[in-house]
Unconditional design. Structure first.
Length: 562
């Protein structure tokens, strides 16, 4: 009997140890995926069985919000649990020549997990800075909490794989040609009316400047197309035809190596899909009902399944927390070389990528699975944010959150487990660049989700889309003379503004305005936000291409002196 009791005690002790083990953590972040592109979120024409299984076997968040509607600010917020306006990251980093990145003063999600003994890896897209000065890789993921990095320091753009160019879409080259005509005409007039030497000098200077810009724009894909392993460039230009499989293999190898070392794993799979240039490969190429975009969605779902299968084979799936999401809403304006629309579908929500105040720009398809701890088939309809990821994981692993700076995310673990039924957020602030564009307010026990808009996009009349990418970039939203109030819980398309001259809506607006003032006070002393400079595109001294050339020369010299 005593022996049996001892055995039972030993079993209980082992069970307790297993229950207290830190979970492996895997983040799947898709680029530009729309909330309407996933089967579990309402799509019945695209096949996404692996992502659907995460929702089925875990918690589906159907009111989850990106902290911004563009890549860099959204990812900076996810990494720090702070609005990008606080970290100086509210603008998109457009080139590896940009001397801007995620500040070293920020305490990041991977750093927090490193402190708790996790092995950390980023596989895929970074887009939070690279070189501050020549060759220094100052903003490398390795200096922001990741032990291992394999992927792109910038992003995947059309220039990397096709005949199209992002600069043409945005409208830079068209504006440059107009500027060229103006400069040359002015030079000719000056040479005739004032002084021929002055006119000729101005003409030469104009041609040099314009030529530099055109050269930089036309070679944008060369300067920025680099595949990096840790601090070494392994491929330049990037070969997109094999990249998804290579990302999968890197993720699988990292999991296996750390499992053998008996370390908990934090793996951030930051997919290049479904941002253009679309690069689906057989058997997915041409297999979906929605062209290259649908093919890319289905290939990404398969890639998610490959990583999950590896954890299953190692028998560690049950104690792995999976977090699947998109960095922001789908890009409804994207088109391919044949003129076909290849952007995402944002379901019933209006707006798209870049619309920081609109649901279509910030509602994301998020689900969380942790078989050992979280319930299955659970739906959370309360507003949550990607800002919440870091505090929630800190709660799970006993991690440290900064106590000397404003943290905007909340611990939503009680919401995921079902211990709480209301969001911990009272207000969520929505930015377009560095401009506060809307505020979401969740009064206690009302069931309403109010949103007050300060700006509105200049969409094509009768639509909820911009005329072009260039219009979205250069025109931007307009400031509303009177803010518009909606209840997005009852009016998700935000088509019927509430009358703010009557109660209770007048009081709701007053409450939101008070929160706005408090929020703005909390921004005093925040890091100045970076503004992209067109001259970055004609400064090859900061380009990764120079890094690559220097690296190859160094390797050759080492070979010669051996």
């Amino acid at each position: 009997m005593d022996r049996l009791l001892c055995q039972l005690c030993a079993l209980c002790l082992c069970a307790g140890v297993l229950a207290s083990e830190k979970p492996n953590i895997v983040i799947f972040l898709v680029d530009d995926l729309g909330i309407g592109d996933i089967g579990a979120f309402g799509n019945d024409t695209l096949r996404t069985p692996h992502v659907d299984s995460i929702c089925e076997n875990g918690v589906k968040l159907d009111h989850d919000l990106a902290a911004a509607s563009l890549c860099t600010p959204s990812r900076a917020a996810l990494m720090t649990s702070r609005y990008a306006i606080r970290t100086g990251m509210s603008s998109v980093i457009t080139s590896l020549m940009s001397p801007q990145g995620l500040p070293t003063s920020e305490h990041t999600l991977p750093q927090m997990l490193q402190e708790k003994g996790y092995a950390t890896a980023l596989i895929g897209k970074w887009h939070l800075g690279w070189n501050r000065q020549l060759l220094d890789q100052y903003y490398s993921p390795l200096k922001r909490g990741f032990d291992y990095f394999f992927g792109l320091p910038l992003s995947n753009v059309k220039d990397f794989g096709g005949k199209q160019e992002i600069m043409v879409d945005i409208g830079f080259t068209g504006k440059l040609y107009k500027l060229s005509a103006i400069c040359l005409s002015t030079s000719l007039i000056l040479s005739r009316l004032i002084n021929k030497k002055i006119g000729v000098t101005m003409t030469i200077m104009s041609l040099i400047l314009i030529g530099n810009f055109l050269f930089a724009f036309k070679t944008y894909g060369i300067w920025n197309s680099a595949l990096i392993r840790n601090d070494r460039i392994v491929e330049m230009p990037l070969n997109l035809t094999s990249i998804t499989q290579r990302l999968i293999e890197e993720g699988q190898n990292f999991i296996k190596s750390q499992h053998a070392a008996e370390k908990p794993v934090f793996l951030f799979m930051s997919w290049l899909h479904v941002h253009t240039y679309m690069h689906p490969q057989p058997p997915f190429k041409g297999a979906s009902q929605h062209g290259p975009y649908g093919d890319a969605v289905e290939e990404t779902d398969w890639a998610v399944g490959q990583i999950m299968d590896t954890l299953k084979q190692l028998q560690i799936l049950d104690n792995t927390l999976f977090y699947f999401s998109s960095d922001h809403g789908g890009d409804k304006l994207e088109h391919d070389e044949e003129g076909r629309l290849v952007g995402g579908w944002n379901g019933l929500f209006r707006g798209n990528k870049g619309d920081g105040s609109q649901e279509g720009g910030i509602r994301v398809p998020t689900c969380v699975q942790w078989p050992a701890k979280l319930p299955r088939r659970t739906l959370v309809s309360e507003p949550t944010s990607q800002l919440d990821l870091m505090p929630t994981l800190a709660s799970i692993v006993g991690g440290r959150m900064s106590t000397v700076r404003s943290i905007d995310g909340k611990d939503i673990l009680p919401l995921l487990t079902g211990d709480e039924t209301r969001t911990p957020h009272d207000f969520i602030f929505h930015y377009t660049g560095d401009k506060l564009s809307a505020i979401r307010y969740m009064p206690e026990e009302s069931g309403a989700v109010f949103k007050l808009h300060y700006v509105w996009p200049q969409w094509e009349p009768g639509t909820d889309s911009w005329a072009s990418i260039g219009a979205a970039v250069f025109d931007g939203p307009i400031l509303l003379p009177n803010p518009l109030l909606f209840d997005v819980a009852r009016d998700p398309r935000e088509e019927t503004p509430l009358d703010t001259n009557i109660e209770p809506y007048a009081s709701i607006v007053k409450c939101i305005e008070e929160a706005k003032l408090n929020h703005e006070r909390s921004l005093i002393g925040a890091r100045p936000n970076y503004k992209p400079n067109p001259l970055e595109f004609i400064n090859p001294l900061r380009s990764t291409f120079v890094d690559y050339a220097w690296q190859k020369l160094s390797d050759y010299w080492s070979y010669l002196i051996q």
